[in-house]
Design a protein around this ligand. Structure first.
Ligand code: SAM
Length: 325
């Protein structure tokens, strides 16, 4: 098992996701001889997990069952131990695309006004290039796992976290998830000391309280031929300062967007059938017994209703391009 490669069967040392229900999952470190307690009873790792196929239904000691899933960055995001606020998949998907991290050619266009998102995507045949990404701060590693899966097998992630225990814990997790060969974790202040690399990054991502202080270091870390940068901030005042810093440092195509998820409700609605009157092509005999049209006939139609208000502000994503120098 690795977060960047799929394996068929569960092995000793893997991290598996035990799925108990839609709202209930838990990551489990598989260890020969170990047991995991669930509300459906005990799972014995040696007999119930090791050697079973990922996706199998496993019966627990009380007779209830669970599914055992292969880990993915998306499942990790909803199951990881929180040490900080984290980024979720809606923002992560947009960041991955807008930073052009996917192997192959991805062309993105977004409108320059805040809060509007219009993206045109075209994908050319896939080829794999070495990609180098810098991130600060690492936090709980939610975004990092998605980046690692995207840039594997030839890319590299340089991630900076100034909180020592957080940087140690995330490195431990990268090792357990067998992605540590793709990532360098640095315990330093990105605003004072930068990313520890110069002229190597294709993309830089900032998720820190004062990103504007790290913009000059982001520029220094990026390749001479340019690249993409993104900063995540919950408050609009942070966005304004960051945009100014990008502009001062010569970045172009500066755009801020907010990505909101709208879950549509499926409803059955009844639409009235229009009454166009009698059909003029049909000759009605005076003594005919044709039934007159129903005035209030209607048909049932399935439709979706968007929510009136969309809650769930996470933050603004500000993207910019470093031009070739
Ligand atoms: C909100 S969390 C990042 C969450 C991360 N994007 C994720 O998805 O899990 C912000 C992290 O940045 C770190 N941080 C704040 N300022 C920093 C700085 N100047 N240099 C490095 N790390 C910093 C904090 O310690 C914290 O762990």
């Amino acid at each position: 098992m690795s977060f960047v490669e799929y394996s068929d069967c569960i092995q000793d040392g893997d991290v598996a996701i035990v799925y108990l229900g839609h709202e209930s999952m838990t990551p489990v470190k598989v260890k020969r001889g170990a047991q995991t307690q669930t509300r459906y009873g005990v799972i014995r790792h040696s007999t119930d997990l090791i050697g079973q196929r990922y996706g199998s239904k496993v019966t627990c000691s009380k007779g209830g069952w669970v599914y055992v899933l292969h880990p993915t960055p998306e499942l990790w995001t909803v199951n990881l131990p929180h040490r900080t606020q984290i980024l979720y998949t809606t923002d992560i998907a947009t960041i991955t695309m807008m930073l052009e991290l996917k192997p192959g050619s991805v062309v993105c266009e977004s409108e320059p006004q805040l809060l509007k998102l219009h993206i045109i995507v075209s994908v050319s045949p896939v080829f794999i290039l070495p990609v180098c990404v810098c991130v600060s701060g690492t936090g709980s590693g939610s975004l990092s796992h998605a980046i690692l899966r995207t840039i594997a097998p030839t890319g590299h992630l340089h991630t900076v976290e100034f909180h020592q225990q957080r940087s140690e814990k995330v490195l431990e997790e990268f090792k357990e998830h067998r992605v540590d060969h793709l990532v360098t974790v640095r315990n330093q202040d990105a605003c004072k000391d930068g990313f520890g690399v110069t002229g190597v990054a294709d993309a830089v991502f900032l998720d820190i309280p004062s990103p504007w202080e790290a913009v000059k270091h982001a520029k220094a870390a990026m390749k001479k031929h340019g690249g993409r940068v993104c900063s995540f901030s919950p408050c609009i005042e942070q966005v304004q300062k960051t945009c100014e810093a990008f502009s001062d440092q010569g970045f172009e195509e500066i755009n801020s967007i907010e990505v909101l998820l709208r879950v549509h409700d499926v409803r059955t609605v009844y639409l009235p059938l229009p009454d166009f009157g009698p059909d003029p092509s049909v000759q009605i005999q005076p003594d005919s017994t044709i039934t007159p049209p129903q005035n209030h006939a209607s048909i049932a139609v399935k439709t979706t209703i968007p929510p009136r208000d969309v809650q769930g502000h996470t933050g603004y994503l500000t993207f910019a391009t470093k031009p070739r120098t």
